[in-house]
Design a protein around this ligand. Structure first.
Ligand code: MN
Ligand code: MN
Ligand code: MN
Length: 284
């Protein structure tokens, strides 16, 4: 079984990379990609444990990119998963370093906005929870709950952290073509992550998939844990129409989130071309 999308505590996941690999193996995953947000810091530890356990590990990353739809002025953030690349490739490494500084800058601005809105101390606590990794929004959510500023994770996102909320600050992410370019330059395959999460109209979705393919993207995530079967069928049709392969991943972050445990996503629909059959992934 494949799981080509998951997170460790090198970004916003709860488990160390080795523990992610152990849990994946226990769940029956025999080919795993660790895809932390804008970092490859966990790959060496994950690879060592995967080798011990006989799990095949693909190098992975989830890059945040800015994409501006036609007629829009403000870009939206889209996630692009990279698979099977050389994690030491210079252009990719330099690009991810710039993304990390954009993320740290965002964290500082979110922290300031939370202070203005009566939730002091959140950036400091979120930084402790991140434990040296760049602070992601789920760290803010946990900090807000711990400090008693909100009662639940859900309230943290609804009141503060969600899209179009008070902490939705513009971030200087790489653009779509640039992010895809880093992955392909490093010999990897770029995958459009969880297309159903962006809440796009059908014409907008086609515009995004077309732009992604034109930038050199080769696959889209068709099977994502916790998404409806009808969406999977629709994405499989879209992939076929645009000549893209289909990927499959849980987006695992936290053992407490049982709806997206490692390996829990459904199988790809019949007829889809699996991303693992592409030459660049086979060779990785
Ligand atoms: Mn995440
Ligand atoms: Mn994502
Ligand atoms: Mn993810």
């Amino acid at each position: 079984m494949y799981d080509l999308h998951c997170h460790s505590d090198c970004s916003d996941g709860r488990l160390a990379p080795a523990a992610v690999v152990e849990r994946a193996a226990r769940n029956g995953v025999d080919c795993l990609a660790l895809t932390d947000h804008d970092t490859v810091a966990g790959l060496a530890e994950a690879r060592a444990r995967a080798d011990d356990l006989g799990v095949r590990l693909l190098s992975g990353v989830e890059v945040s990119v800015n994409w501006t739809a036609s007629g829009n002025t403000r870009p939206r953030c889209i996630h692009v998963v990279g698979l099977g690349f050389d994690p030491g490739h210079r252009q990719l490494v330099a690009g991810l370093a710039a993304q990390e500084s954009a993320r740290r800058d965002r964290a500082a601005r979110i922290g300031a906005r939370l202070v203005e809105r009566g939730a002091p101390g959140t950036l400091e606590r979120a930084g402790e929870l991140a434990g040296g990794a760049a602070v992601c929004r789920p760290h803010f959510a946990r900090a807000l709950v711990e400090l008693g500023h909100v009662r639940s994770d859900r309230e943290a996102w609804r009141r503060f952290l969600g899209d179009r909320g008070p902490c939705d600050v513009p971030v200087d992410w790489v653009d779509l073509a640039g992010g895809v370019g880093w992955i392909t330059a490093a010999g990897g395959v770029a995958v459009l992550a969880h297309p159903g999460h962006y809440k796009l109209s059908k014409p907008r979705m086609r515009e995004l998939v077309g732009a992604f393919r034109d930038a050199g993207g080769q696959a889209i995530e068709v099977s994502v844990a916790g998404r409806p079967a009808a969406e999977r069928a629709e994405l499989a049709r879209l992939a076929a129409e645009y000549g893209l392969a289909a990927s499959s991943g849980s987006d695992f972050h936290d053992p407490g989130q049982t709806w997206r445990d490692l390996g829990s996503q459904p199988a790809l629909p019949e007829g889809a071309v699996p991303v693992w059959d592409l030459p660049a992934v086979r060779a990785a």
